[in-house]
Design a binder for this molecule. Sequence first.
Ligand code: PLP
Length: 437
Amino acid sequence: MTDTDDLARELDRAHVFHSWSAQSQTSSLVIASGRGCRVWDHAGNEYLDFSSQLVNVNIGHQHPAVVSAIREQAELLTTIAPSTVNLARGEAAKRIIDHAPEGFRRVFFTNGGADANENAIRLARLATGRDKILSTYRSYHGNTGAAIVSTGDWRRVPNEFARGHVHFFGPYLYRSEFWATTPEQESERALHHLRRVIEAEGPTSIAAVLLETVPGTAGILVPPPGYLAGVRELCDRHGILLILDEVMAGFGRTGRWFAFDGYDVRPDLITFAKGVNSGYVPAGGVVIDEPIAERFDDRVFPGGLTYSGHPLAMASIVATLDAMSSEGVVEHARAIGETAIGPALADLAERYAVIGEVRGEGVFWAVELVADRDTREPLPAAAMGRIKAALVARGLLPFIQDNRIHVVPPCVVTEEEVAEAMAIYDEVLAAETTGGG
Ligand code: PLP
């Protein structure tokens, strides 16, 4: 610990009002610098970042090409109104389109993921002339007006002022709402449930179904076979648009450019943020399928943000996506998930009864901890708090959500770093199961 770490803490405690935490219980962890999968405080204490912060630093911290691109752009032009033409903006849009399905041509830029969903919802409502948005209880779509009301968990409740939002249950076999025992059953029954919700709400009142392709914060719920294709079919049957939220799952996290590339589904609108530039500069957006974009050729889209398509964000997107392509980052994420993270977590699950289920792919894994394997009762919050503190004390930054450890390192994580992290998880689970702390 240095005086600088103390100063950082003192200023934070005195003046910063934090999100997602009671102000008396905010973290005292100071992070001053980073590189790849590691970060440091001012005193040089090192942490292995297996959270990717909020699951956004896909390319790792301080990638030199991205940092240089931001620096070069800063020297040229640091801000410009969204209505002007700017080369970096066009290039960033083109890079994103290169990874979208055939036929997608246009990108609306935002400052992050919530406003991406906000604007996708607005696009869907304007394009269909309908009102309702269907989304799942197990979801997080961002903390602004329509995005937080689309969110399914407790976070929507104090904000529930908007109309036209309806929730339903998506598939989650480990805690099935549908008494399913196989992925196929879960898929079929979840689709039946959605079909009934659509019928009960009135199909012609529904503008869009909004889904995270792989719900992230809610538990990394990899959809069962046929589910997303089935949702698409239901949408098509009733003229409902499908918005896939790829804010967390997109740009390499699942070992694919877009998570939906692994499924037989084509969305109408794709929302993105986080991994598109690893959060080096705030950025997000909506990729719009052409039949929807065309509706605004002679009609104003009443959405706009002063910083939409901000030059620093655009330069960082171009450099990030170029580096990810040339360095094979997405392929690496897929391989490391298959050969290192998945097998190591399966091994932990064999040895620790406290692990109820391991699921995931790429660098997107959830380890669900239970007090009892038979009843699947979630491990209590106090135990999760102890586990989190023990991981940090051993130099690992974890992503803990409810009763789960989300194993979500940057896509560039090496085999050695995975082995190092697994040894720490192992030690901490051993201490927790024997009561050693
Ligand atoms: N959508 C998903 C799936 C997310 O995981 C998040 C953030 O975690 C958001 C939207 C909101 O993004 P932002 O925090 O950039 O507004």
